[in-house]
Design a binder for this molecule. Sequence first.
Ligand SMILES: [Zn+2]
Length: 191
Amino acid sequence: MKVLMSLTLAVASLWTAGCGSSPVTNVTVASSETDSTLTTTNQTMSEKVVKTDEEWKKLLTPEQYRVLRQKGTERAFTGEYWNTKDRGTYRCAGCGEVLFQSDTKYDTDCGWPSFHAPASTNVISETEDRSHFMVRTEVLCSKCGGHLGHLFDDGPQPTGLRYCINSASIKFEPKKDEGKADGAKKESGSK
Ligand SMILES: [Zn+2]
């Protein structure tokens, strides 16, 4: 509890210190029934993860840093997850936020992991990207601001959207205790 308190304070002071002109409005609390490790009472938008470039460099691999913090793009068909079909959860490689679920991942031949919807609406931010003589929609992790990839409108139903994501931006976490009912539980095994 104390940790959470001081963490909140630290973040709050960061906010006042470095507000700048970030137009973050009204981030409502995601209705996360499942992941409730940090979700207690004071769920405000102060949950953002803010780090310096130096801190990110220490935390991330060079490739993750290049993509997440410098808006890089990995080459098609080279990332870790473009062809992954396992069931599970994709978290932000920068801050651990749950960004996508495997049941929204679908096959494309574009060479990057593609999803037709995020895990929940609040976890992804969108912004206009006018680099490379194109107008595209960039998608970022709402929590840490890490660059994830781009959003296109040529995806499958029900959304018609394609979140085209760099593998380097995400971390896959396979789903536990599913399918294989081998009795892998070891609650009363050591007596
Ligand atoms: Zn993040």
